[in-house]
Design a protein around this ligand. Structure first.
Ligand SMILES: Nc1ncnc2c1ncn2[C@@H]1O[C@H](COP(=O)(O)OP(=O)(O)O)[C@@H](O)[C@H]1O
Ligand SMILES: [Mg+2]
Length: 243
């Protein structure tokens, strides 16, 4: 098992955001975390990355990393594509990419930059332009490229398709699949339930900070449980608003 999260809880003062959640990601596989707004998805990913304080045990590649700084977790092979992309608009595209490699001391960073430009030709053409010239979809690609520059074994992705045009949503999911085919394990947080379940092997549904459902995605897609676990919140209403 590459990632094992056991009985993880996150609270902000008196607000409990995640309660007693256990998830795992097998080496080289995709797991999806689903749930409505406020369910605790971002808090879970941030806790795994070590940028939010949490209780519980996080084990990665055989080591307990729960006490580690986020920098050390990056070096160990975990990278986060944060919610809302968090591109630095006043830095160039290349500088944004290089930020992902800030922990590295090896000589292959330039080679990896070239790989990113092969993967994202839109970024290559404008490598010396500021991040602000990019569209939302291109910024998402840059955020993914920046995370890949850390050479992760596990990629945490927080709603990578949110707010993107259908074309870019497809592109994000194609990228998720192709990165995974190349061996990268991915923990994918999404509100695009159907596409996430199609891409993932295992699915988890969070509801009000608790695990409402977990199963192999094939089972999840067949059962009514998903609808039950998911609805009852205002998810359908929200989808209608966004449509
Ligand atoms: N920095 C914070 N301070 C206080 N409460 C927070 C903070 N971040 C998130 N929360 C609360 O924690 C809960 C879970 O939020 P979050 O993890 O962002 O959920 P999701 O990503 O599923 O929308 C929500 O009730 C949210 O309001
Ligand atoms: Mg979130």
């Amino acid at each position: 098992m590459l990632l094992e999260v056991r009985n993880l809880s996150v609270s902000y003062g008196n607000v409990s955001a995640v309660s007693d959640v256990s998830v795992h990601v097998e080496e080289g596989s995709i797991a999806a975390v689903l749930g409505a707004n406020g369910a605790g998805k971002t808090s879970l990913l941030n806790a795994i990355m070590g940028v939010t304080r949490a209780q519980g045990v996080v084990r990665f590649a055989g080591q307990v990393i729960s006490g580690w700084s986020s920098a050390r977790r990056v070096s160990a092979g975990i990278a986060l594509v944060p919610e809302g992309r968090r591109i630095l608009l006043s830095l160039t595209i290349e500088e944004n990419l290089l930020m992902g490699a800030y922990q590295r001391r090896d000589r292959e960073i330039t080679g990896d930059l070239t790989k990113m430009y092969d993967l994202f030709p839109n970024l290559a053409r404008r490598r010396n332009y500021l991040g602000s010239v990019l569209s939302g979809g291109e910024q998402q690609m840059l955020a993914i490229g920046r995370a890949l520059m850390a050479r992760p074994r596990l990629l945490l992705m927080d709603e990578p398709s949110l707010g993107l045009s259908p074309l870019f949503v497809r592109e994000v999911f194609n990228l998720v699949r192709s990165l995974n085919s190349a061996g990268l394990a991915i923990l994918l947080v999404e509100q695009n339930t159907r596409m996430a379940l199609q891409a993932a092997r295992r699915g988890y549904v969070l509801k009000l900070g608790r695990l409402a459902l977990e199963s192999d995605t094939e089972e999840l897609m067949k059962s009514d449980d998903l609808t039950k676990a998911y609805l009852g919140d205002d998810v359908t209403v929200k989808h209608r608003l966004h449509a």
